[in-house]
Design a protein around this ligand. Sequence first.
Ligand code: SF4
Length: 224
Amino acid sequence: MASPAADAAEDLRAIALEISTCTECRLSEGRTNAVPGEGAPDADVMFIGEGPGFYEDQQGRPFVGAAGKFLDELLATIGLERKDVYITNTVKCRPPDNRDPRDDELDTCESLYLRRQLQLVNPTLLVTLGRFSLTRLFPGQAISRARGQLLYKDGLAVYPVYHPAAALHQQRLRDVIIDDFRNIPTVLETARRRLTGAVADQQDGYGSDETDSNESSGEQLSLL
Ligand code: SF4
């Protein structure tokens, strides 16, 4: 009998195949390759970025190019490699001229693919990279306020950080994202203990004195 991870891997491959020929939104029109995502099907940590850029579109893989190299470096600071985590984006096809994904594109891609990927990987910790993946979960939340905090929503532990591309050329953001990544092992352990019921039902702040009350806001989780 196949293991749950093997089953998840097979289902993720099937989703990737669907994505490769998807024409459900206008972003299919300009793509070279769709970028489904990649990584461990049973990853503890799942990363969700925004959308593919030029190099991702060319290669059909998430986070290649300079931002991807920086992400690899960030992962290495906490002893992780790509094969240890799962990485995908809110939309799987490159928006023309790298414009922001539109709401209908985000809604379509999330409901068709991202939601299923998230359910299959079922990570202990979801790390959102940049504002788009953050605001799918917490509408109206500013990345500058939410970054570096462990947030909870409907049983999902979410840790927002800046997008590596945004932090690449701004030293201040670069220092912040490096610090936020360094906290991931601690955040992951807190999320794990909470999942097993050992942590009180409350938010925990890391790298910031700011606190929010999203968990008790009653907002619906868009991704589930
Ligand atoms: S962005 Fe998502 S919904 Fe739109 S065409 Fe690509 S895979 Fe399909």
